[in-house]
Every structure is written in C-alpha cells, then in structure tokens.
Design a protein around this ligand. Structure first.
Ligand SMILES: [Zn+2]
Length: 387
C-alpha cells in the first residue's frame, strides 16, 4: 500500500498476489474489530484497483518485474503479468469487501475475475494452466524478446511454481460463498449459477433453487421454498455491465427497487415464490478510460460478464491489423459443437494499418477476410496458437 493510514490517498502497490492477500486480511481484521479506519483504507484500495489498476478481464499486476501493481492507468496488453493467483486474491478481497459493505460493485469485480482470468487460467480439460494472463500474445515474439520471457503461448500441464493450479481448484470448490451472502433478514444473490441451497436466516431456513444458462443466456429463474415463513429481503445483483430489464414474481412484474447495485424484493410470510430475472446482455463494444494509453483507439467485445478473445485459429495470423468500427453489428451465436458448446460473436470488419476517421466510422468488410469471430476469453488457447 502506498500512502499513510491517514490523509494521503491510498494506492495499491507491490507484488499483486501478496498485496491482495494482505488487503483481504486487513478487511477481515477491520470487520472483526469494527475498525473503521482500517475498513476505510480497504475501501480506498479496492476503488483504486477496480477503477484504475484492473484489466478488463479482472486481472491485476501490470509489471512482470516484481509481478506487481505499478500506477494508475498503466495497463499494457502484451507484457502485463496478470497472474491467475492475483485474480483469485482479488476475488477474495472483493468478497470480503462485499461482506462489509453489501454493495454490488464488489461482486462485479469478483464475477469479472472468475469468469475471465480465473477460469481462463485452466484448460477445458482441467489439465493445463496459465500462470500469467496477458491480453495479447504473439507467439513468434516470445523467444526473441526477453521482456516477454514470462508469457506462455500455450497452457502447460504443470507449472514450476505451482501456486495457480491449486488456487483455481480451491476457488471453484468454494464457489458457493460467491453466489450468496446472507444476513439475518436478507439474502444477496451475487452470482447467477444453477444451484440448490438451504440458507439459514437467523433461526429460520429457506430453500433456494436457481436455474440458468447465464452467461450464455439472459434468464435466471429463482425458486424460493419458504416453509418456515421467514420474512426477508431478496437482493438480486444488477451487474455493473448492464441492467436487469424485467423482474417478475409468480408471473407479476415487480417494480425495480434499486439499492447499491441490487434490486431489492420483499419476500413475505408463507410465500413460496418463483422469481424470473431477465438481463440486458447483448454483445457490446467497450473502450477504456482515455488515460489507458495502451488502449487508445482499441475496443473490446463483451457479452455480459464475458470478455471475448480474438484468435488466430479463427481469424488468421495478423490479428493486430484487424479493425472494427464502433458501429459494427455484433452477432452472438451459440455453437453447440465448439469447445463443448460456447457462445461466439462475429462481426464485419475492416483491415488496414492506418485509416481515416471517416473510414473508422463506417462498417467496412475486407474482401479477403470474411469476418471476425471471437470466443469467450476463458476459452482462449483451445484451438491453436495466437491470441
Ligand atoms: Zn499463482
């Protein structure tokens, strides 16, 4: 941490994994001891990371030398470290902050880290792992350029420093703590994952079942079996990347009562309830804050919490020359045969190294390139070299 406890602005710094483990412990101590000063420091550190030092994939650690945070808006795409463990640690810290403050922004961050960098740190087969997770990899540059020595073009069966594989395993096996948070009178739904749970609310218990194909589909159905007649608030996270467009309970539309990133629903006595949530989650283009120099004139393709990855296997070798207009229509399509079934996005594109502003604002389709296809970033490196 850079900055004194009182006064100076707090900035995350140092080895990203160790720093975030430290911040997680600080949040625990702050909460247990009700130490508002310490909690305030944690809030500032979280905001500094989430708003100025985090990659779009929920990874952190811009520098390989020291595997560390650097400074605000320093977010390079090809030589960043972004260790898988750093995203695990960021999820742990965000979870603790959510337990203190009950704000959706904390779950936004652990969802981003989970769906992109943490899942992407492991192969679909579960037998290959990335240690670092840069956003751009040109395999033929890696051997020749010593500043890229830490970057792997392919996942490996095992890693010499074997922290990341077990860290992914423990995160996935403890996923329940990320899905729900519980108070005596409220259940917070933070992640949308099919599950069945028995939750203790004070002395009463409530059964909850969630059915969904999120993030590939936009619908979540939550059934509550309230045999003990608990009165409580069901708080459903409205993700930072989009909005909830429809919410019904037992078929009736509900008013969207928003609070700190959640939609609050009153669950009353003896009501067994079926709640249906529909998200706005069309594929979209997003850009970075203009102070992120590495991302000037760059756009990312996202759909819900997933950040999409452009690969050589689909799009040819010279990925860096692909150009997309901000007005390009994006077509999302579920392909049941690809990588055990995944959502792909295709877009028309232009091709060139320099272009006029007018050209950039048109949707151009290059003659020798049929279109651009992207897969969720967590499925990168499943079809061949180059990402
Ligand atoms: Zn690690």
């Amino acid at each position: 941490m850079r900055g004194s406890i009182k006064g100076e602005k707090k900035t995350a710094c140092g080895h990203a994994v160790r720093a975030l483990y430290l911040y997680s412990a600080m949040a625990d101590v702050g909460y247990e001891c009700q130490d508002e000063t310490l909690i305030g420091v944690c809030r500032e550190l979280f905001d500094n990371i989430a708003e100025r030092q985090m990659f779009i994939t929920g990874s952190v650690g811009a520098a390989a030398d020291g595997e560390c945070f650097t400074c605000d808006y320093d977010l390079p795409n090809n030589y960043n470290y972004s260790e898988t463990c750093a995203s695990v640690a960021l999820a742990l810290f965000s979870l603790r902050m959510m337990q203190i403050d009950r704000k959706g922004k904390y779950a936004d961050v652990f969802e981003r880290a989970l769906y992109n960098t943490i899942l992407g740190g492991m192969a679909l087969s579960g037998t290959g792992f990335f240690y670092v997770n840069p956003l751009e990899v040109v395999p033929e540059h890696l051997k020749a350029n010593r500043t890229l020595h830490h970057v792997l073009p392919k996942r490996r069966p095992w890693l010499g420093v074997a922290c990341c594989p077990p860290n992914i395993a423990r995160t996935l096996t403890s996923l329940a703590q990320y899905i729900y948070a519980i108070d005596d009178s409220a259940v917070y739904v933070n992640l949308f994952v099919s599950n069945k749970a028995e939750l203790k609310l004070g002395k009463k218990s409530v059964g909850i079942t969630m059915q969904t194909r999120y993030p590939y589909e936009d619908e979540v159905v939550i059934e509550i079996v309230n045999t003990q007649n608990a009165v409580f608030t069901l708080a459903i996270r409205e993700p930072g990347w989009g909005k909830i467009r429809l919410l019904t309970m037992n078929g009736n539309s509900l008013e969207l009562k928003r609070k700190d990133g959640y939609i609050m629903i009153d669950i009353l006595l003896s009501s067994d309830s079926t709640i249906r949530v529909l998200f706005e989650m069309e594929a979209a283009l997003v850009c970075a804050h203009p102070r992120v120099r590495a991302d000037v004139r760059k756009l990312a393709i996202v759909k819900g919490p997933l950040v999409y990855c452009l690969e050589e296997a689909d799009n040819g070798k010279n990925l860096g020359a692909l150009m997309i207009s901000a007005k390009t229509a994006l077509k999302a399509e579920y392909d049941p045969t690809l990588l055990n079934g995944t959502m792909t996005i295709t877009a028309g594109l232009g091709l060139g190294i320099y272009w006029s502003r007018g050209q950039a604002e048109k949707t151009a389709v290059a003659a020798d390139c049929p279109g651009m296809r992207r897969n969720p970033g967590d499925l990168r490196d499943c079809k061949g070299r180059g990402a």
